[in-house]
Ligand binder design. Structure first.
Ligand code: HEM
Length: 434
């Protein structure tokens, strides 16, 4: 047998030893087999990853894969890693780590080679603190609350457009245009560029994944080059005509010289633009699918819109739009009674952690009144989502309005498909009739 075939056999044995049915997991699907344990890449796993997370949590909650990564599915372990300053996010910035930890050299697909060293998600303090402080000001609860009326207007406009048609694809007709319009207006990106942005953000989304196929890698390269040029041009134009938007604010910081360099400015614009809409789009899509599959919860939210706040937290928990994240140990340490060597990569299965029964009783039940609900859909610790308040505002407005406008809304297909991205979990399309 070849090394790769050996590896597959070991992996299959390991899966069986933790009571996972190989046929459920599609482990021999070419090119993605190595991710089967912790990747929802196989269509069946993507559609329903929860039994795998439950099995792992019960039988092997700190799971070391044969490829060196470690997958965490317990709430307590995940939160302790995310809050522990001895864990770093910078592993994605080092090519040798990308290759070594993610076995791309053995099997072909590897995480994106694209330089992420100026993206705040992959930078540790103190540089992280400087970048985050600049952006954070635009997303405080007080600033975000001022957007309420505008978000309501956009939601109403989108629903007006759909009304009378009797059907729509919730993703392209509602879940995408809402957050992209909001974030473009905040950043100062021209409205007419939104359609192009959708094409490029779809292509660049796998950049966050632990492995990518060659085809996805080509898409990432193309989109990243395009976006670099796009930002260079827009920054040049805006520099001559500074306004009251986040882009102008960041350009002012760059002009002051010491606060932001050009590469950081471009990366920050990209991050805010992409993080500001891909994730919220997935919250609306995944969340509506969960409601449609739980009609009593859907009807409850329609009848009692004052539940929007707790409902959105529950939808974030139930099918988390960011499915995993990772940290590496910057020194030898211990997690949940297990020794970690320096450099050990810990992958946190955010989606699985949010179904841990020790923290969320009856975790597979959708309960829009769940309280307490301390999910980690927005992460925890230093990298806690900057845009959490904005995402919450948009979703708290979007769900009740959508359900009230279309009380008879129902799924138009049996099983909507999830996109192929691993880190960002969201639906390809969500056809509904009303
Ligand atoms: C439902 C919607 C959203 C979800 C589920 C989400 C989730 C997350 C998560 C899990 C992280 C941290 C990842 C980690 O710890 O490794 C994060 C970071 C971030 N998010 Fe969000 N996000 C959402 C919406 C937004 C929005 C609307 C913005 C708008 C700008 C945004 C901007 C950011 C930024 C800039 C970071 C980096 C923070 C840092 O590294 O310090 N996100 N988000």
């Amino acid at each position: 047998m070849t090394d790769a075939a050996d590896m597959m056999t070991n992996l299959a044995e390991q899966m069986i030893s933790i009571d996972l049915a190989p046929e459920e997991i599609d482990i021999f699907q070419p090119g993605v087999a190595e991710m089967a344990l912790f990747s929802p890449m196989a269509p069946k796993v993507r559609a329903n990853p929860w039994p795998i997370y439950h099995a792992l949590r019960e039988q092997d909650p700190i799971h070391f894969s044969p490829f060196g990564t470690c997958l965490l599915t317990r709430y307590e372990d995940a939160v302790s890693v995310l809050r522990d300053k001895r864990f770093s996010v910078e592993h994605r910035n080092y090519a040798e780590d990308r290759q070594g930890t993610m076995m791309g050299d053995t099997f072909g697909p590897a995480p994106s080679e694209r330089d992420l060293s100026n993206v705040m998600l992959f930078i540790d303090p103190p540089r992280h603190t400087r970048l985050r402080t600049l952006v954070n000001k635009a997303f405080t609860p007080r600033v975000v609350e001022r957007l309420r009326t505008r978000v309501e207007e956009i939601v109403d406009e989108l629903l007006d457009r759909a009304e009378g048609t009797g059907s729509m694809d919730v993703i392209s007709d509602f879940a995408y245009p809402l957050p992209v319009q909001v974030i473009c207006e905040m950043l100062g990106v021209p409205a007419e560029d939104q359609d192009r942005i959708r094409v490029w953000s779809r292509k660049i989304a796998p950049i966050l994944d632990p492995i990518v196929t060659a085809e996805a890698q080509a898409g990432i390269e193309e989109a990243a080059d395009y976006l670099d040029t796009y930002w260079d041009e827009l920054i040049e134009t805006r520099r001559k005509d500074l306004r009251d938007d986040l882009l102008s604010e960041l350009i002012r910081a760059e002009d002051e010289g010491h606060r932001l360099d050009h590469a950081e400015l471009r990366s920050t614009c990209n991050l805010v633009l992409i993080a500001g809409h891909e994730t919220t789009m997935n919250l609306i899509g995944n969340g509506l699918l969960a409601l449609l599959r739980n009609p009593s919860e859907k009807d409850k939210l329609r009848e009692r819109p004052e539940l929007a706040r707790s409902a959105v937290e529950e939808l974030l928990r139930f099918d988390s739009p960011v499915h995993l994240t990772a940290r590496s140990a910057s020194e030898p340490l211990e997690v949940g009674g297990v020794e970690f060597e320096r450099g050990q990569l810990a992958v946190i299965a955010i989606g699985g952690v949010n179904r841990d029964p020790s923290q969320f009783p009856d975790p597979d039940r959708l309960d829009i009144e769940r309280d307490p609900n301390h999910h980690i859909a927005f992460s925890a610790g230093a990298h806690f989502c900057v845009g959490a308040q904005l995402a919450r505002l948009e979703a708290q407005i979007a769900f009740p309005k959508l359900l009230q406008r279309f009380p008879s809304i129902e799924l138009a297909v049996e099983q909507p498909e999830y996109r192929e991205t691993i880190t960002l979990r969201g639906l390809q399309e969500l056809p509904v009739a009303f």
